[in-house]
Design a binder for this molecule. Structure first.
Ligand code: NAP
Length: 319
């Protein structure tokens, strides 16, 4: 039996959000024929967003999925190839070339690697949240909001995501209650104002979710209510509702690189200040997998561009 040759690439980009696709556009234009391993959410988190109004160049705003489709087409125009799948394991011990193991069982080696795997929505960790996930409990208003027309909807969190999701969900729900564990929001002033000024939004301050209540009818489940605990008095109050959206931040998708790259205590990959270089030669990281501060499409794109230039210079220095 002949052994199959391992696929070798000059540039592999893991992730296909703004950082990954910008890195693809730049390395593509540099004639480096990048391969993008797109992950299980091609286009990244923006594909679960509605209007993007703060990305320069779109004065009327643009829908997140449409924007990512444009990024993808632009990357393809310069020779980017896409592979649907995810990297489950890496080996940087002997490289470059570095070894990547996909969950399909394939192995790919590469001279340079750009990691743009972003981050994933965080959950509360309650058994009842788990029980009704997909049946009225969601972390994506854009994906699921339309299912809850005229319902009372609860949104958990006090950051920009909670304000954005809460405001957006008033398009569908008769009322939206934002549940926050403190009496002060973390969200930016403009997002707070938008939520405060929306007559369909109200707040449950100093409150946390004790339990999500629902019922099962045959194969189907349905959220019917929520129990909130007052964080100061411990008092529990129950409310009827049709859905609970969790918007409490994100966790970096860095698991396959744990133990192979330097990370901070939360799992964000560390890069040299002012660059996208990790502690491993030829491995670069960009976007939300590195940046837990700004986390914007435009900043992720900017870092994707930096990573492409860093990778290009690294390759040039090897010649
Ligand atoms: P975030 O800023 O980290 O806020 C998370 C919120 O969830 C905080 O209010 C936090 O409460 C709360 N929280 C965390 N864990 C919790 C738990 N276990 N139980 C209850 N509450 C919990 O996350 P984010 O809102 O997703 O925003 C992330 C970044 O993206 C930010 O930089 C934000 O500006 C940006 N963003 C921007 C936009 C926009 O401009 N359109 C939209 C979305 C996100 P505490 O406040 O008490 O810690």
């Amino acid at each position: 039996m002949t052994e199959q040759a391992t696929q070798h690439e000059q540039v592999v980009i893991i992730g296909s959000g703004p950082a990954g696709l910008t890195a693809a556009i730049y390395t593509g234009r540099a004639a480096l024929h990048p391969l993008v391993i797109s992950g299980w959410e091609p286009g990244g988190q923006l594909t679960t967003t509605t209007d993007v109004e703060n990305y320069p160049g779109f004065p009327e705003g643009i829908m997140g999925p449409e924007m990512m489709e444009k990024f993808r087409l632009q990357a393809e125009r310069f020779g980017t190839r896409f592979l649907h799948g995810a990297v489950s394991k890496v080996d940087f011990e002997t490289g470059p070339p570095h070894r990547l193991f996909l969950d399909s069982g394939e192995e790919i080696t590469c001279d340079t690697l750009i990691i743009t795997t972003g981050s994933a929505a965080r959950w509360l960790g309650l058994p009842s949240e788990d029980l009704y996930k997909g049946w009225g409990v969601s972390a994506c208003a854009t994906c699921d909001g339309a299912f809850f027309k005229d319902e009372h909807i609860f949104v958990v969190g006090g950051g920009d995501s909670a304000m954005e999701e809460g405001t957006y969900l008033t398009k569908f729900g008769k009322k939206v209650t934002i549940v926050h564990r403190r009496d002060e929001l973390r969200a930016s002033k403009i997002m707070q104002e938008r939520a405060f000024n929306n007559p369909k939004v109200e707040f449950a301050w100093n409150s946390e979710v004790a339990e999500i209540i629902g019922k099962q009818e045959g194969f189907q489940k349905k959220v019917t209510g929520i129990r909130l605990r007052d964080t100061q008095t411990g008092e529990i109050n129950e409310f009827d509702c049709g859905a609970v959206f969790i918007a409490i931040g994100h966790t970096p998708n860095s698991e396959p690189f744990r133990g192979h790259l330097e990370m901070d205590e939360n799992g964000y990959i560390l890069v040299e200040p002012g660059s996208t270089r990790t502690n491993v030669a030829g491995v670069f990281a960009a976007g939300d997998i590195v940046d837990h501060v700004y986390q914007q499409a435009i900043t992720a794109s900017g870092m994707g561009c930096m990573a492409a230039i860093d990778a290009e210079r690294f390759l040039a220095a090897q010649d």
